[in-house]
Design a protein around this ligand. Structure first.
Ligand code: HEM
Length: 456
């Protein structure tokens, strides 16, 4: 009943049958941090009856994700539980399909194209803030979740039908994202009929809405200048396009990958700002200087230098994707350790970003560490990789930077958010790293010389 560690010693004894799976379920962030504290760059643990290899060193991650070895790994069985929602979208699909689809979708995520979504981001954020009145308690985590969902939905489907998708998603996604990580660790849960009724119904309803909207788009044959119009019009080299099923899979994939990651990043940013007045004051000064009375625009984003540092430090300290996984499709050698075909490899960007070997004083939230030189150095070394690396890195990265920066600047320009006294919030590792709740009190700034209307 020992955990086999390659090549060093066991971090902690494993339970028979369960192995370290229980640790990974019950105290995942602590367990992964313990593995990072070991001197070995690759560690073998037991997950149930199987073994898994945990990679803790950036140089080995580099080999795994973008070196030659990356051609011998796929997403693997770990991601199978997600297929019920994502179908065979690019987060889960294998090569060569993954690259074929990714290339087709890539133009929709180029920086210049994404800049066109800044108005959707600014408008949606303003509408959220307009509904808050002075002294109101806001459940900010939920507000940000709804906001990020609305923004992705409007980027995918800009026409007014998107609202129906937003309402359905707000109902369905909380059920889905609470269940999927459990099924990923314990796939047999999917076979328990009574337990799965709410989940199955949520997935069915959501897919029905998406299918109907795609059918409507096809029938209307209009270019709405959004991601779905682009997917419908896109053609492979042989002149064929994506089927309705493939478009649905990619739409669900964008949704699932693109809303919680952003909303949880922002929730952590506001949590830190709520307890770090010094940082909030600097941020507010910058935002006032850059935006004046106007909304955030694509051409003033680059002047929000400190705002971007706050987002960067949030992505370091609270990197949402805490668990990465791959499965080998051939025997490989990683860091001198032979890894057989079909083996599971685990890594954690969250643990890496909080590893004192790579980041001084990692628990301290310090946006000032992000000088251009520092950023270049930690990115080049592979120690900082919130959006992943290699051919499966985040296709939505430019969208995510723009969105996080635009939302943060818009909220800070309009309102001061303060923590609710006496309420403790807790960091948890669900589908992504998140706060268990984030109640805050809103204090909108009254525009000079104009009393604020109160919306209740
Ligand atoms: C703060 C926000 C975000 C973070 C931290 C993040 C992080 C990541 C990471 C680490 C991966 C790689 C996963 C792996 O290697 O297994 C990834 C993949 C992906 N992300 Fe994001 N993401 C964010 C926002 C978004 C947004 C806004 C979208 C879309 C609108 C998006 C769409 C995707 C997709 C489709 C993939 C799969 C790419 C592929 O396999 O080719 N993400 N993301």
């Amino acid at each position: 009943m020992t955990a086999a560690i390659v090549p060093g010693k066991s971090p902690r004894r494993a339970w028979p049958l369960i192995g370290h799976g229980l640790e990974l379920q019950r105290r995942p962030l602590e367990f992964l941090a313990e593995l990072h504290a070991l001197p070995e760059p690759i560690v073998r643990i037991r997950l149930g009856r199987d073994e898994a290899y945990v990679v803790t060193a950036p140089e080995l991650l580099d080999s795994l994700l973008r070196g030659k070895i990356s051609q011998c790994v796929e997403k693997g069985a770990f991601f199978d539980a997600m297929r019920v929602v994502l179908g065979d979208g690019i987060v889960v699909s294998a090569e060569p399909k993954h690259m074929r689809h990714r290339r087709l979708m890539a133009p929709g995520f180029h920086r210049e194209r994404v800049a066109g979504y800044v108005d959707i981001m600014a408008d949606s954020t303003s509408s959220m803030v307009d509904a808050w009145h002075s002294g109101q308690r806001i459940e900010l985590d939920r507000e940000l979740g709804g906001l990020a969902m609305r923004i992705v939905a409007r980027a995918l489907f800009s026409s007014d039908i998107a609202e129906e998708l937003v309402s359905e998603s707000l109902r369905a996604f909380p059920v889905i994202v609470a269940e999927l990580p459990k099924r990923t660790m314990m796939p047999w849960l999917a076979r328990l009929p009574l337990r799965n009724r709410a989940f199955d119904a949520a997935v069915r309803r959501l897919l029905t809405v998406v299918d109907r909207i795609i059918a409507e788009y096809r029938a209307r044959q209009e270019d709405h200048h959004d991601l779905v119009s682009m997917l419908i019009a896109a053609r492979f080299d042989d002149g064929t396009g994506l089927s309705d099923q493939e478009i649905r899979d990619e739409v669900m994939t964008m949704f699932a990958a693109g809303y919680e990651t952003v909303s949880n990043t922002l929730a952590f940013a506001f949590h830190e700002l709520g307890r770090r007045r010094d940082i909030l004051d600097r941020l507010q000064r910058e935002v006032t200087e850059v935006l004046g009375d106007g909304p955030v625009r694509a051409d003033n984003i680059r002047d929000l230098v400190f705002t971007e540092k706050v987002v960067t430090e949030t992505l370091r300290r609270y990197c949402p994707p805490w668990l990465g996984m791959r499965e080998t499709t051939a025997e490989i050698e990683l860091g001198g350790v032979p890894v057989p075909e079909g083996a599971t490899i685990i890594y954690s960007n969250y643990a890496l970003h909080n590893d004192p070997n790579y980041f001084a004083d990692p628990a301290t939230f310090d946006p000032d560490r992000w000088t251009p030189e520092y950023r270049k150095a930690v990115t080049r070394s592979g120690a900082f990789q919130p959006f992943g690396i290699g051919n499966r890195n985040c296709i939505g990265e430019p969208f995510a930077w723009l969105e996080a920066t635009a939302i943060l600047a818009t909220v800070v320009a309009r309102v001061r958010l303060e923590p609710v006294p006496g309420v403790a919030v807790r960091e948890i590792a669900a589908a992504t790293v998140q706060l268990d709740r984030l109640p805050m009190i809103a204090h909108p700034h009254a525009p000079a010389g104009r009393p604020r209307s109160i919306v209740t």
